[in-house]
Design a protein around this ligand. Structure first.
Ligand SMILES: [Zn+2]
Length: 377
């Protein structure tokens, strides 16, 4: 069968095509963006572009988006230049440096929900795995809230209960700075415009990679039936999470590469990939060549393929790899897959490389849905 657009669109519907890590809500909240409009996503880094707005998602045939609620850390504004830049977009800056982080996080969820509510016939918030199935059967886009960075908990495990009540499916433990939960790897790429202008203390100041509070967080996630995401954790913190978690609970690495292809502590080692697989979790391939390929080429499709292929080689199946683009996370996506509307290029590549359709559907969405069914409410 030729690889025509209809076949790709059909696979996207059947999978359904799922992005397990994107940040449309960052743009909706910080810049009060209407997510039913598109803000040009060119090939240069542009914090004001939109890459996972509803128009791009619909055009790409995305059926499910795991919307990462993430409040950029206040430590970022310890840098004079970022503070100066913040003053140019004062309303956004004020949201980041004033008020309680947890309150701000809920406001961000609210901003996303307002955008969803503009067109209830096309998109709906899912608060359980069964809800995702129901919304898909109606042919709508299902949005699943996740939270990136346990700093937003403000040290209160009770805030996890509030997130669970709000329908949040997953918590990414770490992010850029010491959050008193789990040790973070360097997450701001050298060469990223922020690294050019700002120097930060990105270190971890605790004797253990997973604190007692971190262990409490993991226990609470298990009790609340929320997923854990080890992206941004150091290898030591990932090992501690694997050790602490009951092996029946799926572990997710939502937006990463693999160490064998790009040797960086941010990326998963082979035994870690096997561990994720053993829990029924999945690896989400990030769409940032910095983490995927040596020398960070401008084009990324080939590096995305090599990463998927490596997970297949290590686990012997295509059952534990998914897409976690990080679109709209102030990232610089590859020039050959710049936004959600272009995700069909990945599907085409998988088919061209001879991946059977059944496995293509797993990579595009089946594996993500399985992790939700097993690990979420
Ligand atoms: Zn991230």
């Amino acid at each position: 069968m030729p690889i025509d657009r209809d076949r790709i669109a059909q696979l996207h519907r059947e999978a359904p095509l799922t992005d397990i890590h994107a940040h449309p809500s960052l743009k909706a909240y910080l810049f009060r963006r209407n997510l039913w409009r598109h803000y040009r996503s060119g090939s240069t880094f542009n914090p004001f572009s939109s890459r996972s707005d509803f128009r791009m998602l619909a055009r790409g045939g995305v059926g499910v988006v795991w919307n990462a609620l993430h409040l950029p850390e206040r430590e970022l504004f310890g840098c004079f230049w970022l503070r100066a830049a913040g003053l140019l977009v004062l309303p956004a800056y004020a949201k980041l440096v004033r008020g309680r982080p947890f309150t701000r996080l809920l406001e961000m969820a609210g901003a996303m929900e307002r955008e969803i509510a503009r067109r209830p016939a096309f998109v709906e918030l899912a608060t359980t795995a069964a809800d995702v199935r129901r919304i898909r059967q109606l042919g709508k886009i299902a949005v699943v809230h996740t939270v990136e960075g346990a700093h937003a908990l403000e040290g209160d495990p009770g805030n996890l209960d509030r997130l669970a009540d709000h329908g949040v499916a997953m918590l990414t433990l770490s992010h850029f700075f010491d959050n008193g939960v789990a040790e973070q790897t360097r997450g701001i790429p050298r060469g990223h415009f922020v690294s050019v202008f700002c120097t930060y203390d990105l270190g971890w100041s605790r004797p253990v990679p997973l604190t007692d509070f971190g262990k409490t967080v993991l226990q609470r996630l298990t009790r609340l039936r929320m997923l854990v995401d080890v992206t941004h954790c150091t290898p030591g913190a990932r090992a501690a999470v694997f050790q602490e978690m009951d092996s029946s609970r799926p572990v997710v690495a939502s937006h990463v590469g693999v160490h064998a292809v790009q040797a960086d502590p941010y990326n998963l080692q082979d035994d870690e990939i096997r561990h994720v697989a053993a829990t029924g979790g999945t690896v989400g391939v990030i769409f940032m060549t910095h983490w995927l390929a040596a020398g960070a080429p401008k084009k990324g499709l080939e590096a995305i393929w090599r990463t998927i292929e490596h997970v297949h080689r290590v686990t012997g199946t295509f059952d534990h790899v998914a897409l976690g683009t990080d679109f709209d996370g102030f990232t610089d996506p590859p020039d050959d897959v710049r936004d959600a509307s272009q995700l069909g290029r990945v599907t085409r590549l998988l088919l061209e490389r001879g991946v059977p359709e059944e496995d293509v559907r797993k990579i595009l969405g089946g594996n993500a849905q399985r992790a939700l069914e097993r690990g979420w409410r």
